[in-house]
Design a binder for this molecule. Structure first.
Ligand SMILES: NC(=O)c1ccc[n+]([C@@H]2O[C@H](COP(=O)([O-])OP(=O)(O)OC[C@H]3O[C@@H](n4cnc5c(N)ncnc54)[C@H](O)[C@@H]3O)[C@@H](O)[C@H]2O)c1
Ligand SMILES: O=C(O)C(=O)C[C@@H](O)[C@H](O)[C@H](O)COP(=O)(O)O
Ligand SMILES: [Zn+2]
Length: 385
């Protein structure tokens, strides 16, 4: 549902009884809940015992999370009588790769985890996408529990079942749709997240406003300080984001239509991630922040949106410290033709034609099929200046 600045109600986005906020994802017999609240990691064992009785847990996490939040998860699993073992990968986008995928698959099968056992992702979007892919293919599909620990993962990647890894040709080009059975977002975990990664996740929060909720975007412009500070504004922003994503996923699980709107900024952004080698030069949320600004600027250039709206998007992202221009990417980038080659590998390409998510203004994104490649290169050549 689209809200306006006057009607967006942050308080209504919170649970009234002090318990976790519950956001259902309605997918028939594969429906599941997203639980959002403070201190939930220690309760995952009890929640799993209720929802997946008898399942053991193959925990996949990264080395940062292993030192911070793994003990609490393991203690809760043990208290609930759930046997577990942990597989630890290196932090960072490079772990969404074939070699790391193979290592995790080997550890899960070698650990004799069965189809009815659960792969449990404790981490950000990298761990979630990688281990969801493992869960989707080992023994042709295991149970899957997401414990997202970054802002980005809590508002976006843990929900909706897109899993996968990157290859040199492009982002997320190998993977499967595999929905989780449960998502548990412990907002207290965000207290240990770096500011850089919190900001990167904020880009995907703002995305929901830019897609179809101008009121939410206006609320973020006024309340971003409180969202960054934590507390109820942050929980409200997470819950609002999850509700928006759950609605789209329920309507179009496999992206045959409107789910593509969630790709706002990603056609440009994914090309930038590939161009920077999936490295710390540019993390996903930063690439998507630049991509969303470019999508608005490109829409202005195509006479679809007003310059005022595009400027508002750039100004807000600058205010919170996100990059907004190609020139903000450290190091060299390919030229416009090089970027277009990468864009040509986008999964939204249909019969060789480029698809972009463009906009008529803030909260008015739409799917644009058959975008002329020459318009894209002309625009990128100008944007690079
Ligand atoms: N499947 C989807 O629908 C979807 C949606 C959006 C993004 N993604 C993917 O998500 C990935 C980006 O996710 P991300 O931004 O979470 O990156 P990430 O998983 O690399 O996490 C960012 C960094 O923060 C650390 N970290 C995470 N939680 C922490 C915590 N609580 N305390 C301390 N450190 C913590 C991680 O170790 C890592 O170093 C990209 O690969 C992107 O393509 C997928
Ligand atoms: O869930 C979706 O659908 C999205 O597009 C969410 C994006 O934020 C996310 O980065 C996703 O992984 C991109 O999907 P892809 O199909 O373009 O790889
Ligand atoms: Zn994204």
């Amino acid at each position: 549902m689209t809200t306006t600045a006057a009607t967006f109600d942050a308080a209504a986005a919170e649970a009234s009884d002090g318990g976790p906020v519950v956001v259902p994802v309605a997918l028939g017999d594969r429906s599941y809940d997203i639980l959002i609240g403070d201190g939930l990691i220690g309760r995952v064992g009890a929640l799993m015992a209720e929802r997946l009785p008898g399942a053991r847990a193959a925990i996949v996490t990264d080395a940062n999370l292993a030192g911070l939040h793994l003990d609490a998860l393991e203690a809760g699993l043990e208290a609930a009588g759930i046997a577990s073992s942990a597989i630890v990968v290196a932090p960072g986008e490079a772990s969404k790769s074939f070699p790391v995928f193979e290592r995790v698959v080997d550890a899960v099968i070698g650990g004799r985890f069965e189809r009815g056992d659960a792969v449990v992702a404790l981490g950000g979007g990298v761990v979630g996408d990688l281990s969801g892919f493992v869960a989707g293919v080992v023994r042709r599909g295991m149970r899957f529990v997401q414990i997202p620990t970054s802002l980005l993962a809590q508002v976006d990647s843990s929900v909706g079942g897109k899993t996968g890894i990157n290859v040199a040709h492009g982002k997320n080009l190998v993977g499967v749709f595999h929905q989780p059975d449960l998502v548990v977002a412990d907002t207290a975990a965000l207290d240990t997240l770096s500011e850089r990664h919190f900001r990167a996740g904020y880009a995907e929060v703002a995305k929901y406003g830019l897609i179809d909720d101008a009121g939410f975007f206006a609320w973020l412009e006024a309340n971003h300080g409180a969202v960054f500070a934590g507390g109820t504004a942050r929980t409200a922003a997470i819950a609002t984001s999850c509700r928006a994503k759950a609605r789209v996923v329920a309507a179009d699980e496999r992206e045959t239509g409107e789910r593509a709107l969630l790709n706002l900024g990603h056609t440009f952004g994914h090309a930038l991630e590939a161009a920077t080698g999936y490295s710390d030069r540019l993390v996903h949320g930063e690439a998507i922040a630049i991509g969303m600004v470019l999508a608005h600027d490109f829409s202005v250039r195509m006479n679809l949106a007003s310059r005022d709206d595009a400027d508002r998007v750039r100004a807000h992202f600058s205010t919170v410290g996100l990059p907004t221009r190609l020139a903000d990417v450290p190091g060299d980038l390919p030229d416009a033709d090089g970027l277009l080659k990468l864009i040509g590998q986008d999964k939204k390409v249909a019969r060789g034609k480029l698809t972009f998510i463009l906009t008529h203004g803030i909260g008015q994104a739409f799917i644009a099929n058959d975008v002329p490649p020459s318009a894209v290169t002309d625009f990128l050549a100008e944007a690079a200046v």
